[in-house]
Design a protein around this ligand. Structure first.
Ligand SMILES: [Zn+2]
Ligand SMILES: [Zn+2]
Length: 127
């Protein structure tokens, strides 16, 4: 690498770090003034986030978090109902189909309808 290239490489790295530092200074100042923002930032799990935290990146992460929230809420409901009924894991719904055949998300009115063709079971229920 030539002297000239090294110079440019370090200058570029310095600029990037400077921009990073400026961004972090801004976040520190804003979070110090806004406890809700500070709390929100502590709750953002960046482990699986890739790319910049611009609005597109944030929207993509939001969509993923909402989907995960819904799917896990449905799984929790499924197991809660099974526990209430006192039946073993793997027990089928009264319609004869497995709990996994039922909706992966709760409907707006809190139901888990069966997805099997022509079943018509409106909500997961254990015998
Ligand atoms: Zn069913
Ligand atoms: Zn069914």
């Amino acid at each position: 690498m030539s002297e000239r290239t090294l110079h440019a490489t370090y200058a570029s790295a310095s600029r990037s770090a400077g921009e990073q530092a400026a961004a972090l200074r801004l976040l520190l100042a804003r979070t110090a003034a806004d406890p809700d923002l500070a709390l929100a930032l502590t709750r953002v799990d960046t482990t699986e986030m890739k790319g910049p935290l611009d609005s597109a990146g944030l929207r993509a992460a939001l969509t993923e978090a909402e989907a995960e929230c819904d799917v896990n809420a449905a799984l929790a409901e499924r197991h809660h109902r099974r526990a209430l009924a006192g039946v073993a894991l793997g027990t089928s719904c009264v319609c004869g189909h497995s709990p996994a055949t039922h909706a992966p998300r709760l409907t707006e009115d809190g139901r888990l309808p069966c997805r099997h063709d022509d079943c018509g079971c409106a909500d997961l229920d254990f015998p």
